[in-house]
Design a binder for this molecule. Structure first.
Ligand SMILES: Cc1cc2nc3c(=O)[nH]c(=O)nc-3n(C[C@H](O)[C@H](O)[C@H](O)COP(=O)(O)OP(=O)(O)OC[C@H]3O[C@@H](n4cnc5c(N)ncnc54)[C@H](O)[C@@H]3O)c2cc1C
Length: 350
């Protein structure tokens, strides 16, 4: 396993739980690169075709299953209050997703305020999805990797993979500064580093890596119950009391002066909250978002190359448990789940 962000951690955990021998190799320690800079909203929200909605919904159920097996991942189904669409679009979104079986309903201003009493300007209309949630990324990865190691996995932190080792059309392992490590299967869950590593074995992986800035307050007594997805900003309050905010959940474009961008965003987020006079800015993060060319995950074996499995995606916080189940199943039994099948590495480019 190359990578110990949320995606690599989940696949490794599911592989070990299914009885595989796993070595997790990560340039940093356990935690990832995009993962610590994420908004961490677990959802099957608007803007996606039904097939992808089904995959995301399944992964939400897999989060519940995973948290029952490993409570230390720290899952919270805190609900999401969405008002960042015009009213007609909110109504269409709620109607479509309710018909698809999503736990969603429209709420008026009074109900929005009952759900989030600290909102200074509650929306006149919002879509409330009670079944959306979060995990704190560091906590979830530490739990998955820690338990994988307890179950027999080896963690090689601080180990950079320079290239894939190949022999006769097969990936046979990885080459690191410390030497070559042989493997029956190499799983690349290295986030934005996947294309460069895959290219070394002749595999073309097309992703973008746009930066997303989020601001974090100092810890504050509880203001928010769940996720607030408003036009002015997307907010949530982390388990340690920090308000985390972005222009939207994918993060703000940092611009030429990220510090100024962060201060302006923080002021906007603070103004959304009543009773937050003492809320203080703490820091900002900028994460590169590993986003495949068409926005959907890339999960599976590239054609014509044995021994390699790719797993790179945006929405990794949402998708990690389902991808963990499906990837481990495919690696160990060869069975590819229909829900992940459309997202193979060799699908046609747009
Ligand atoms: C601002 C922002 C907001 C987001 N919001 C959401 C959200 O609300 N909901 C959601 O579902 N998703 C969200 N995402 C996306 C989500 O966070 C990512 O899809 C996910 O974190 C990717 O995890 P990963 O494990 O694939 O990669 P990463 O966390 O980037 O981990 C990559 C791993 O690979 C290792 N690695 C890389 N290169 C090498 C090498 N050469 N040798 C050894 N190891 C290597 C790294 O050390 C690391 O362990 C957001 C992302 C960002 C940046």
């Amino acid at each position: 396993m190359v990578g110990a962000g949320i995606v690599g951690a989940s696949i490794a955990w599911h592989l070990v739980s299914a009885g595989a021998r796993v070595t997790i190799v990560a340039a940093g320690g356990a935690g990832g690169v995009a993962t610590p800079a994420t908004f961490a909203w677990i959802n099957a929200s608007w803007g996606n075709p039904e097939t992808y909605f089904r995959l995301r919904s399944r992964s939400m159920r897999e989060w519940t299953r995973l948290a029952a097996e490993l409570p230390a991942v720290g899952l919270s189904w805190c609900g999401g209050l969405c008002s960042d669409l015009p009213p007609a679009d909110l109504e269409a979104y709620a109607a479509q997703h309710a018909a698809w079986g999503y736990d969603i309903r429209l709420v008026d201003r009074a109900e929005a305020l009952r759900i989030e009493p600290a909102l200074a300007g509650p929306p006149a209309l919002a879509a409330y999805a009670a079944g959306e949630g979060v995990v704190e990324p560091g906590t979830a990865v530490a739990a998955l990797v820690g338990d994988a190691v307890a179950r027999g996995a080896t963690l090689l932190g601080g180990t950079t993979v320079r290239r894939l080792a190949t022999l006769g059309g097969r990936v046979t392992g990885i080459e690191t500064d410390g030497g070559t490590i042989a493997a029956d299967e190499v799983v690349l869950a290295a986030g934005v580093a996947v294309p460069a590593l895959a290219a070394g074995a002749g595999v073309d992986v097309a992703i973008t890596a746009a930066p997303g800035l989020l601001v974090h307050s100092k810890p504050h007594p509880r203001l928010l119950n769940g996720l607030v997805l408003a036009e002015a900003a997307h907010l949530r309050q982390a388990a340690d009391g920090r308000i985390v905010a972005g222009a939207d959940f994918t993060g703000t474009d940092p611009g030429e002066d990220p510090g100024a961008t962060a201060r302006e965003l923080f002021a906007r987020a603070k103004a959304m909250l009543a009773g937050a006079d003492r809320l203080e800015f703490d820091h900002f993060t900028i994460g590169l978002r590993p986003t495949p060319f068409d926005g959907f995950p890339i999960v599976g074996r590239p054609q014509d190359l044995q021994g390699l499995y790719l797993s790179v995606m945006h929405s990794g916080m949402t998708l990690a448990p389902a991808v963990g189940v499906f990837a481990s199943q495919e690696l160990l039994t060869g069975r590819r789940d229909p829900l992940i099948d459309p997202y193979g590495p060799d699908r046609a480019r747009l």
